[in-house]
Structures are given as structure tokens and as C-alpha cells.
Design a protein around this ligand. Sequence first.
Ligand SMILES: [Zn+2]
Length: 711
Amino acid sequence: MRVLGSLVALALAGLAAAVVDPSHPAPTQFPRNVMSPRGSLLSLAPPDGAEFLVDQLFDVRIELHNVNSTVVPDITGYKLVINGDSPLNQFGLRADYALPKPENWTFAWTPDVAAVYAKKPVNVSVAAVAWRSVSLKVPGTYSVQLNVGNESISAVWTVRSFEGKKAKNAVLFIGDGMALSATTAARFISKQTKFGKFGKNFLSFAKMGTIGLVSPNGLDAIITDSANSASAYNTGHKSAVNALGVYPDTSANSLDDPKVETIAEYIRRKNPGRCIGVVTTAEIQDATPAAVWSHTRRRNDKAIITDQALFGVKNFSAAVKPDVLLGGGGEFFCNGTNLTCASNKNQNYYDIYKQAGYSVVNSKAELEAYSGSGPLLGIFSLNHMETWIERNMPAYFDGFNATKSDPFGHSYASQPQPNLDLMVKKAIEVMDARCGAKGWFLMAEAAAIDKMMHPIDFDRALADLLELERAVDVVLDYNAKNNGDTFIMLTSDHPQAYDVFGTVDTQFFNGQPLNLTGDDPLSVRKRRAIGEYQQSGWPDLVINDTTGLPTHWNGRFKLADGKVDAFAHTEDWQINQVDPKVNPSSRPYALVNTSYEVKGDSVASYNPKNDPEGIPFLPNDFPTDVNTVHSLSDVALFCGGPTEMLLKCSKPMDNTEIFFLLADALGLGSGAVVSKRDIDERYVATALEPELQYDVPVRRNAVQGHHPGEN
Ligand SMILES: [Zn+2]
């Protein structure tokens, strides 16, 4: 009977799986449509559970699928009802608003990894409609009902508003790829203890106020990339890997996906006197900075992202046009023949930004000398900026003199590049000069924590983490002199599975021979240098007490650290002897060995250049990966500034909540409650087609695979 009971239960579970489950994603690695409720051929974006800031603009995308069929499904009779009312009324649209016309496309869907290996994709025919740039103007709860034929979806949307302004300014610091374990490791190599007690010697941002926990996952998968996590921070809506400022749809066009307004666009549209600043040590087109203003399904639309910063997306919201924009990424600004440039339509975006009123600086010296009231564009390298060690320790690594990364694409050495703390300081000076009492919003990213964790170059990652601490100190000093009215948030977009399990005596390590083919194939002699538990004694500190800056990276006692997903590599726990001619983000630790062909995959193998005498480690990750990946843990949120905001940070939260904390602090949406029948005059009686602003970019693959270098 027990067995029979279980069988019945199993059969019922099978039946239950076929029933539409409105809110929960299907357990699968290859979803046909991440916006579809489980078991449904229909999808609605924004989905059940979406939250909006009052009057935040968004697109509605409805898709209906026919699977394994070339027959276009009939979506013409779809019925969308919001709070028992028509969308026209609820969105406050004019009666002559042109209702969206159905669109059709097909895509190839591989349902699981078996289908990938069998090369047997399934054809999906799609009919879809999109309501462009609508909003809900009254706070509260909205029940949404969508019906097409036999398919239906119920959803609840919530519109939030906030009373009053709690902070004049707000800063969102992002330590990209920064796990809590990495901040702990950075403390252990930079701060003294008194017989083990750190006392007041915690990292400055860790003790500035309160601490919360942020879940970084997207709506599509448990592991996130920087794009969809930063997108959640900037829009309050979950998204998918590689997507910025949009919910993902299934069409090939990366610019037609349903958009959600970013906090910077919202400020521009509704509080135009305030300033917006974006500072990063990556390319300014990289996912984290781009999430402030961009709308694309494909984070690699970098030429278009450069254009969107200035011109926005036509017919959607106000262009962000940052008052200050500092980082790398000259490749998408410069143009010309025989140059390493890739700008949109080969136009000179330095000139285009100048014509729009920007002053342009291209070196640390030019940035230091700048004293105007902007707007200011600072582009300091062709691609990502160099890491802190390359920027500041040329005695060890003359990185950016050798890299030939000048921001104009001439393959000259770039001029010395500014540090993150200088960029933050100048951004605040410019924004104060421009916007004065009205205040500003700044996003500042320490990008190379992530970019150096990927190739397991922990010394460079931790050096950039300590640089982030000094950048936060700039704002803490500013706050101390300015009534403490700047709300400071510091978090990460996702962790990397990094941790420390002891310390290494590198002197003993280096003294032992590597004899892998002889009597010591497991490197037992070298491994004796790793001290665990009571032998995990204190590491050498890297910080000079007088300057507060790191002075060296090769002390005798180093952290014994690693990553759970490490590729095949060698490790000696001493600073990696990288090829300084290659930009940090492009230094693969592992090499691809094409001699190990397995079903078309080439297997990554050891790169002996970094640690020739290091201990070999077998790969723990996908064998073709030459970079390690992101991981699952929650990330910490550190908050400082106005007391009223601090307790609101002190909780576990979805990454979407960062957007609402910023909106709350800045009083966005306050007093914005209007009648829902306040007709939106932005609309004319033509369909809105914002994607026509650009040439349709290269088709993306329907099957999302591994994208080294994109994350
Ligand atoms: Zn990454």
C-alpha cells in the first residue's frame, strides 16, 4: 500500500506540474521563456510580484508560444484587464492611443542539455504585443488578468510611493564580485589587531551604520551576472543574465525587450535639477555603470550603450545624460581607420559629447586640473582601466605603460590613470558645483574586484577592494563636513566563491622543489607551507601606517585562499606574474587546450606563466571555462548617513529593494499621487517603436551558453 500510495502521489505531482503555476519558475536549466509562468504558453512582463515606484515608466510585453510548430499563434483576441478596468484607463492613456499591433517571430529552443548535445532544438512560433512606455500613477495594489484563448495569467503588481526626502544626496557603491569573505580577507591584510581583537579596526564602510543582506539572483537563474543584478538595483525589477533595464523577451532584437525606467531616468524626468554621476574603474559601458541608463537584452551592445547615455531611448523616458561620467571604454568613443575603435556607426563620440556641452578629460592629470562645473566626461583607457596595482606600483608592474591602452585607439601607452577615490572626489565637486542645494545621485563601482577574482588573481582583487574603502572614506569625510545628509549604500552585485582557509609560509613554499613526476606528485612538501587552525598565523600586512596605502604584496606569510569553482591552475599564493601587455580583464589564467576535443568542446589547461613553481589544482568548474564564475551567497549591504534610512537597510532583502531604498532616501515619487485619469500627453496616436533609433544589432543566440569575459 505504501508503494502504491507513493506512486499515486508521484502521478499527482506529474499532473500538478502540467497545471499553470502563476508565480514559480519551472525547475529547468533551459527555460523556453523565463517570463512564462510554469506550464504556460503565455507570458506577461512585468510578471506577478512586480513592484513599481509611483509613475515609473515600463513596457508591457505579452507573448504567446506554439512549441514545435511553425503555426503562428493567434494573439489578436487577447484581453488585458487591470483592476477590472481597461489598461487605457489604468495607464492614463489617451483614447486615441494606437493599440499595439501583433508581432511575430520564431526561435530555436533547446529544452535541456541532452538536446544541446544531440543538436536537436525545437522551433517555437511566437505572437506578441508590446505596450510601450506606460505607468501607474496611483500607489496601491493592482490585480492583473490576461487571457488569450485557453491560456490565462493572473498577476499582482504593487505601486509604491515614499513620503518626503530623507537625504540630500545618495551614493551607491558597488564592489563588483565582492563576497563578504573578500571584505574579511581585505581586513586581515590591512588592519592591525590587539592580540586578535580588531576593536575599531574594521573596514571603514563596515562600521558606518547598519548592515543588511541582499539576494543577488535574477528571475531566470540562481547565479547572476553584473548586468541583471545592477539592473535590479537601478530599476527595482528582476531581470536575466546579460540584460540591462529590461525584462527579457524571446525575440532576436536585443533592443525591443520590455523596458523598465531606471532611477536615474526617473530623476531626470521628474527632478531635473538634480545631478547624476557615474564612476567606474571598468569601461563606462560595462554592465554595472551601463545599468544606470541602458536598455538592452545584450550587455555587449556597448556602442549603443555609449549613445544611450547621452540620448536615451527615444519615446521611452528622459535621457540620463550623466553630469559626470568617469571610467574606461574609449574604444566606443574614438573613431577612425587603423585605430582600435568600435564606436556606433564609426562616429567620434568624444566630439558628440563635446557638442552636447561636455568637457572631456583623458588622464589623471587632466582630471585633477579640471575645476569647471561640467558636465564632465573622463575616459582614461581604451578598455577597462588598469587594476590598482598596475596604476600605483609601476616598480613591480609597469602595466599601463606597456598595455598601449590610450583612450583614442592609437595603441600608445595611456597617460597615468586616476584612482577610484580621486574620481569620486572630483565627481562630487562637479555635481555640487552644478546642482548645489538640489542634490545628486552617484553610482561608483570598484570593478576589478570581480575582474581579478575571475582569473583567481586574489592580490589584485583585494588591492582594488582596499581602494574601494578609500573611495568610501571620501564620502564619509564629505558627510562629516556637510550635515551627514548623504545616504551611502555599499554592496556587491554578486559574490565570487572566494574564501581563506589558512596562511602560507611562502619562504618555505619557495624552498621546496616541485617534483610532480618524481617522488612528490601531490606536492606534499610544498603543501606543508600551508598552516591550518593553530598554524594559520597572522599574515604580513600590506598597508603602510603613514600613507594608508599598500606598499608591497609579497610578504612572507600570505593568505591561503581559493575558489570552489577554480579551473585547472597552479597556485603559489604570491602575486601573479601576469603579462603586463594585456589589459587585466583579458588575462586568462587557464589556457585552452584544443587537443582535448570532447563533443566540440576544447578543454582549458594550466597556464604555467603565472605560477611556474605553484602547486597544480585540477579543475572544479566547467572544463572549457578559462575564467572562474560567480556564486550564490547573499551579499552584504552597508549603509551610512541619515538615521531615518539606516534601520531600513538592516534586513534580508531582494536586490530589487536597493532601488526602493534609494527612492525612499531621495524622496522620489513624493507628492506624485495624481488621478489615474490624468491623461498622458506624451502619447500620439502612433505605435511607439523606440528600437528604430539604432540599426538592429547582431542576432543573439537563442541558447544562452557560457560567455567568458562578459560577466
Ligand atoms: Zn564577473
